[in-house]
Design a protein around this ligand. Structure first.
Ligand code: ATP
Ligand code: MG
Length: 271
């Protein structure tokens, strides 16, 4: 079992404090949903966990199985088993989905590292640090079928001209290929039509085994009808102010966030 523990995390971007003491523990086999108003810092938290260099951690720690990951670069964190699906996936014209995934999978599975250390044989191809093409293709085709992603996607440029729903499906495919220990999905339900929500949710449920933990950032209870969370946290003003079960999501849907400010933050909303 793996544990990802966020301890009293404070972080800034430029001179602005965004995270103000986040405490959160994710465990494999558990799905933790997080809801909170716009601008409260949810995406910032996910970027910081994934190792985005733009943010500065001023206090606290992030531990993966007891070891701090704060000094690790984003690619090392990915190799350690952390995966982030962006709220706004970036388009990469010129790089096909297949090529992108082959590079990412090769990094995560250590082909690149082996090459760097002079240990590997480049994944079977001399002078290459990538997973062998045939093996990769076979796996990609199988996963595309399993996760309901049209095979034509493999050749298309990553996220370039993809509809919102197509981007989110591609993220699920990416997660299926990378098999992370912890997956952070930032609003993977936003902009999905009913069928796409079902496809994305089915994908998450298939991947939600006892080996994997999820942080599911969402604005609506709707997705939680399809993907059942073990915990639901309320993120407000740069930290978690309440954690409960699925009933928390229903309560938020009903009452909004005004009461959070009044009852949980005591009217003292951090600036
Ligand atoms: N690179 C940045 N430069 C300046 N401000 C930033 C940067 N990144 C985040 N912020 C600010 O930090 C705050 C938190 O943003 P964040 O995107 O984490 O919120 P969020 O909870 O994900 O909101 P939403 O629900 O709208 O996605 C916002 O006020 C945002 O403008
Ligand atoms: Mg966000």
């Amino acid at each position: 079992m793996s544990v990802l523990e966020i301890r009293n995390l404070h972080a800034t971007v430029g001179d602005t404090a965004i995270l103000k003491g986040v405490n959160l523990t994710l465990r494999s086999g558990e799905i933790h949903a997080m809801m909170g108003p716009n601008g409260s810092g949810k995406s910032t938290l996910s970027y910081i966990i994934a190792g985005h260099p733009h943010y500065h951690v001023t206090e606290g720690d992030i531990l993966l199985d007891g070891e701090s990951i704060l000094d690790m670069e984003a690619d090392e964190r990915a190799r350690a088993g952390i995966f982030l699906a962006f709220q706004y996936p970036v388009a990469v014209p010129g790089v096909s989905v297949a090529n992108f995934l082959r590079t990412a999978v090769s990094n995560v599975r250590g082909y690149t590292e082996a090459e760097k250390n002079g240990k590997g044989d480049g994944g079977g191809v001399i002078g290459s640090n990538l997973m062998p093409m045939r093996e990769f293709r076979r796996e990609l085709t199988a996963k595309m079928k399993e996760f309901n992603v049209d095979s034509s996607f493999a050749r298309r440029y990553l996220n370039d001209g993809f509809s919102g729903g197509e981007k989110k499906r591609t993220e699920v495919l990416q997660m299926a290929m990378l098999e992370p220990k912890f997956a952070i999905l930032d609003e993977s339900d936003s902009g999905l039509d009913i069928d796409a929500l079902q496809v994305v949710s089915d994908g998450i449920n298939k991947l939600a085994t006892e080996k994997r933990g999820f942080l599911l950032i969402t604005h609506y209870q709707r997705m939680l009808n399809y993907v059942k969370p073990d915990f639901v946290s309320i993120f407000f003003g740069g930290r978690i102010v309440m954690t409960g079960g699925p009933e928390v999501a229903h309560m938020l849907e009903e009452k909004g966030y005004k009461w959070v400010e009044e009852e949980l933050v005591g009217g003292m909303v951090p600036a």
